[in-house]
Design a protein around this ligand. Sequence first.
Ligand SMILES: Nc1nc2c([nH]c(=O)n2[C@@H]2O[C@H](COP(=O)(O)OP(=O)(O)OP(=O)(O)O)[C@@H](O)[C@H]2O)c(=O)[nH]1
Length: 142
Amino acid sequence: MTTVTTRTVRVVAALIPGPVDTQRFLVQQRLPGGSRALLWEFPGGKVEAGETDEVALARECREELDVELAVGRRLWEGKHTYPDLTVELVLYAARVVSGEPKPLGAHALAFHTPVEMQTLPFCEADIPLLDELVAGRLGALD
Ligand SMILES: Nc1nc2c([nH]c(=O)n2[C@@H]2O[C@H](COP(=O)(O)OP(=O)(O)OP(=O)(O)O)[C@@H](O)[C@H]2O)c(=O)[nH]1
């Protein structure tokens, strides 16, 4: 029997309300070609050695969206194993304090309600999180 052990990474993601309609949140479509190509996800990325979640999330959104974030409370945490990677996914409330989001590291950006997100092909790790979001079980989102 063969046992396959995947690498585990901590991934931080941001729930960022829209500038006009705060019932919609920013989501991004992954680039074609790589892992989970063209699936949707929340902005963010891997926490690097020595970083806090908040510092990592602000860095990722500066690099990938060209915005400065204020990171708020932790909303949700879950673990999912893909064939290539185990992801410990942590979602934080966040808001943009300066800049307009640009798709520097994504195929597309969009603002959607949680119900709309459930109709998109989303990263599998996020499915339980979307269920909680739609059910209103994450508490205040700011
Ligand atoms: N940012 C983000 N990543 C997520 C979410 N859900 C989820 O499964 N992931 C996974 O967590 C990992 C995040 O890593 P990343 O964004 O830093 O890295 P990447 O694979 O895009 O590129 P890289 O490894 O070449 O830097 C990816 O494997 C991604 O598929 C999510 O909601 N947001």
